[in-house]
Design a protein around this ligand. Structure first.
Ligand SMILES: Nc1ncnc2c1ncn2[C@@H]1O[C@H](COP(=O)(O)OP(=O)(O)OP(=O)(O)O)[C@@H](O)[C@H]1O
Ligand SMILES: [Mg+2]
Length: 212
């Protein structure tokens, strides 16, 4: 599903990430583990085509991302990537429904209100369709962020620290949602975390080491 080779990333000349080779099968589920500062978020941003690596090749869904122009990267992201960031980044001025319709619009996909209703229902937030983000509990907002990440049926679903501030029950629930939604779309799931509670939850681990 994706294939990373000789990947390196440096911010202002300081190298923070090195991945010699990492290949992942479509539909598999992975945890990216590593201490704070080891480059987990950087790696997720590279996979999401938000950040271009300093060197190396990034092939996602059969596409060499380093070969794409910015407009093509935007389209690629819309079609293939669903991402749940640690800060959920829902658009505060838009209702829950319109946050999801915006995700379709940004991916140049037709507006599909029935798909939006279906996804909100599958995440048990259908009754919040007309609410604004500030009217949601954190758990509800998190489910809406997952709904937005999966509404376009991504091939790659990414989540950055989805459970760091959650109690054990909520942590298990957030995981269950990501796993089941990824399965429903046939998406590959990659979750970056330093939350040791979920280490046993997924069998595939990719460990980043702290860099000197
Ligand atoms: N935009 C940036 N400019 C400069 N340095 C950055 C930038 N983003 C991250 N870094 C640095 O790169 C390193 C890796 O950061 P990254 O956010 O990828 O780590 P992380 O593993 O996600 O950490 P955490 O567990 O705390 O979220 C850190 O040393 C960080 O300070
Ligand atoms: Mg991070």
């Amino acid at each position: 599903m994706f294939d990373l080779r000789n990947l390196r990333h440096a911010y202002d000349g300081a190298e923070v990430l090195q991945v010699a080779a990492w290949q992942v099968e479509q539909g598999s589920q992975w945890l990216v583990l590593g201490p704070s500062g080891s480059g987990k978020t950087t790696l997720l941003h590279i996979l999401a085509a938000i950040l271009s690596p300093t060197s190396g090749t990034v092939n996602v869904a059969g596409q060499d991302l380093t070969a794409l122009k910015p407009a093509d990267l935007d389209r690629f992201r819309g079609r293939h990537i669903g991402i749940v960031l640690q800060r959920l980044h829902l658009v505060p001025s838009l209702t829950v429904t319109n946050n999801l319709l915006l995700a379709q619009y940004l991916a140049s996909l037709p507006q599909d209100a029935s798909r939006v209703r279906e996804v909100l229902a599958s995440l048990d937030v259908a009754d919040k369709a007309d609410a604004h983000p500030h009217e949601l509990s954190f758990g509800q907002a998190q489910r809406v962020a997952v709904a937005r990440a999966v509404v376009n049926r991504p091939t790659l679903l990414l989540a950055d620290e989805p459970t760091s501030n959650l109690d054990d029950a909520r942590c298990a629930q957030a995981y269950g949602l990501l796993e089941s939604q990824a399965r429903a779309c046939g998406a590959t799931l990659v979750v970056a975390t330093h939350d040791q509670r979920i280490k046993s939850r997924m069998s595939n681990h990719y460990e980043l080491k702290e860099r000197a």
